[in-house]
Design a protein around this ligand. Structure first.
Ligand code: FES
Length: 138
């Protein structure tokens, strides 16, 4: 059996639609497939896990009313804040955006194991975190 060449493929033969329209439809479908594979590559459905950035918190002065983006993935080079690494390393994770209620110095978590993100809750002292290597998964 011989396969039809691209010019003889018609998606709507009974409707009397011209072949040119069929080719356009096929091209559009192929473009959508290309976009969806691109989206899947940049926005994976299963997010990566956070890695240990550091094993001690970082003290920072938060300014009342200012919005901050705390690094969730642990890959930022500007800990404890986001530098966009979660996106460029295709982690599927997003930073935690929060607004400071008052101006004060706080300890922000860098081990990414805290139960009270973005603040340090002392979890970094646990054996689990202390035994982990910087840059590794917990
Ligand atoms: S640095 Fe993560 S809990 Fe203290």
């Amino acid at each position: 059996m011989e396969l039809p060449d691209s010019e003889s493929v018609c998606l709507f033969p009974q409707a009397g639609v011209q072949h040119q329209s069929c080719l356009h439809t096929l091209q559009t479908l192929n473009q959508r497939r290309g976009i969806s594979s691109w989206l899947a590559r940049w926005f994976p459905k299963t997010p990566a896990k956070s890695v240990v950035a550091l094993k001690t918190p970082i003290k920072v002065e938060l300014v009342a009313g200012k919005t901050y983006r705390w690094c969730v993935c642990g890959r930022s080079k500007q800990q404890p804040f986001c530098d966009g690494s979660h996106f460029f390393q295709r982690t599927g994770l997003s930073p935690l955006k929060f607004k400071a209620q008052e101006t004060r110095v706080v300890a922000l978590c860098t081990c990414k194991a805290t139960q009270k993100p973005p603040y340090c809750d002392g979890t970094h002292r646990s054996e689990r975190v202390q035994k982990a290597d910087v840059g590794s998964l917990l």
